[in-house]
Design a protein around this ligand. Structure first.
Ligand SMILES: Cc1cc2nc3c(=O)[nH]c(=O)nc-3n(C[C@H](O)[C@H](O)[C@H](O)COP(=O)(O)OP(=O)(O)OC[C@H]3O[C@@H](n4cnc5c(N)ncnc54)[C@H](O)[C@@H]3O)c2cc1C
Length: 395
């Protein structure tokens, strides 16, 4: 048996033994941007116990030292096993920025806490009026002795109500270009003067928040990088937010849809694939997804060979988010009126209530509604098209 085949076996055995039925069910019923904290916390602890909580990190901080092929196998097996998705804010976003920009003291403090799930991080970038044009942000920080005093607000702050820390872009100087005068701060979310207000999304879920800061005193020791150079840190972090393979996860979702259609045909005698329009849409999506798989593999192979990804990341973002939304649309068509009942309790961790209709139907509408956001976050698709028009086509 080859080394990679042995590694696949090792991963599958670990997942069989460690991914509890409750965690697997939570993974299958996930309809939001990523797993809720109670689920993610429990799963991360198990991963950390095996030494696989942060496989992509450098080994000195707990990384697994795997090859690119091993990482691909790991991602694939996690998807196939329906493991919950651990929020990326700590492990995949702020941690790489800490590794690159932080002092040794900051690294030693924050990185083990992220790995063990002791700290949960919110991302404080967007503001009302500063989203796509992020560098126009206004949330102000004024230096006063050993503190910055912060006044302003951040919005769309995913899972802030679960988090104990935030990485936040603040304005420390307004005199130059808007990209200058931004500073990157790390601080606690329970400091006096911080108020977190929920924003309920179209699916009825509480994922977002608006965070208000009134005279919040943040120690200068929480600064990452130099004062007024936070834009460099922010951009570095965003390159990590936008990366990663997603084709296997989408293919798995399409396979689940086909299994659902089979079950429906068996139990009701109605086979949607006999419907000409549905069949055509399913076949077209299948072909486009297979093309995407090949494209993504080619891109990641060239990255592994040391090539820079450049504007191709914009093509990947546009394609994967649009394809994801089309899968959701076909699932909505398949579950039909069973997608209508509002039954959020079905998706609660360790809830054993049976859904009206199937589990597929119970997650179809929230998934469809929440995934409308995929073409907006991490740089909207219109902005990605602007990048392509400018940098690839020279328009
Ligand atoms: C699910 C989700 C989770 C999020 N989580 C977080 C988080 O945790 N922390 C955080 O800080 N932010 C978060 N965001 C915010 C996200 O980063 C912003 O929504 C995004 O940057 C877009 O900004 P905006 O919402 O202000 O829209 P705007 O920038 O106002 O854009 C509105 C519309 O105009 C289009 N548009 C804007 N400028 C141009 C242009 N120049 N050319 C063509 N079209 C344009 C956009 O594409 C969009 O369709 C999240 C968003 C979503 C949807």
């Amino acid at each position: 048996m080859s080394e990679l085949a042995l590694f696949s076996d090792e991963v599958r055995t670990f997942l069989d033994e460690s991914l509890t039925p409750e965690l697997q069910k939570a993974g299958k019923l996930e309809a939001g941007i990523y797993a809720e904290k109670p689920v993610a916390e429990e799963w991360l602890k198990i991963l950390d116990g095996r030494g696989w909580a942060v496989p992509g990190w450098p080994e000195e901080w707990g990384g697994a030292g795997w090859s690119a092929e091993q990482h691909a196998i790991w991602q694939r097996e996690l998807t196939l096993a329906a493991a919950p998705s651990v929020p990326p804010n700590g492990i995949k976003m702020v941690a790489p920025a800490i590794m690159y920009y932080a002092t040794q003291e900051q690294k030693e403090y924050y990185l083990p806490r992220i790995r063990k799930g002791e700290d949960w991080w919110a991302q404080g970038y967007s503001e009302p009026g500063a989203g796509s044009d992020l560098s126009s942000l206004k949330c102000a920080a004024v230096r006063d002795g050993d503190d910055y005093v912060i006044n302003g607000t951040k919005i769309w702050t995913t899972h802030a109500h679960y988090c104990n820390r935030i990485f936040c872009l603040v304005r420390t100087d307004s005199s130059g270009r808007q990209q200058q005068g931004i500073t990157f701060l790390l601080f606690d979310l329970d400091l006096p003067g911080i108020e977190i207000q929920p924003i309920i999304s179209i699916s009825g879920d509480h994922e977002f928040n608006q965070v208000f800061f009134t005279d919040v005193r943040v120690p200068v020791t929480g600064r990452l990088g130099e004062e007024n150079d936070g834009w460099s840190v922010a951009k570095y972090l965003l390159t990590h937010e936008r990366g990663g393979k997603t084709a296997t996860a989408m293919m798995t979702k399409l396979e689940h849809l086909k299994e659902f259609l089979d079950d429906e045909a068996r139990s009701t005698g109605i086979d949607l694939r006999n419907d000409e329009s549905y069949r055509r849409n399913l076949a077209a999506l299948n072909i486009e997804l297979e093309t995407y798989v090949a494209f993504e593999n080619r891109v990641f192979d060239s990255v592994a060979a040391g090539e820079s990804i450049g504007t191709v990341s914009s093509i990947l973002k546009i394609r994967r988010t649009e394809l994801r939304q089309r899968i959701d649309e076909l699932v909505m068509d398949a579950v039909h009126h069973y997608g209508l009942p509002y039954q959020p309790e079905i998706r609660e961790f360790r809830n054993n209530t049976s859904p009206v209709g199937s589990f597929t139907a119970a997650t179809a509408a929230p998934r469809y509604l929440n995934n409308r956001a995929a073409t907006i976050y991490a740089g909207s698709n219109e902005i990605q098209r602007n990048i392509l028009a400018k940098q690839s086509l020279g328009l």
